[in-house]
Design a protein around this ligand. Structure first.
Ligand SMILES: [Zn+2]
Length: 113
């Protein structure tokens, strides 16, 4: 909605951006980050503010250490859940490839007539 902003979105994004570099095994592409943010935001209380004045409230004073800890916990589980089941478009096979088709993007197979 125009003029309305969920400040929790920014907080979750900042938390993810802080956590992901410390977890090198977790994919941090935009797709996965969006999935993580969605997961986390669905489990955290929203913090809506009018966006015209939202900048002033951005530090939102009502954020207690308990809420901060909850945000951190939810973000960590979001990273673990999405990280072990990434939905990104060009997902690479994790351990062993299901199909042994090689050169999917390298050499065109049926291009010669
Ligand atoms: Zn990814």
């Amino acid at each position: 909605m125009n003029g309305l902003k969920n400040l929790m979105e920014d907080t979750v994004e900042q938390t993810l951006n802080r956590l992901l570099p410390t977890m090198p095994n977790i994919c941090s592409c935009d797709d996965c980050k969006l999935d993580m943010a969605t997961y986390a935001l669905n489990r955290l209380p929203p913090k809506y503010a009018r966006s015209s004045r939202g900048a002033i409230l951005h530090r939102f004073d009502t954020l207690s250490t308990q809420v901060e800890a909850e945000i951190l916990t939810v973000c960590v589980s979001a990273i673990n859940v999405i990280g072990s089941h990434p939905h990104h478009a060009d997902a690479k096979p994790a351990s062993n490839s299901e199909q042994s088709q090689t050169a999917a993007s390298g050499q065109p197979t049926a291009n010669s007539q």
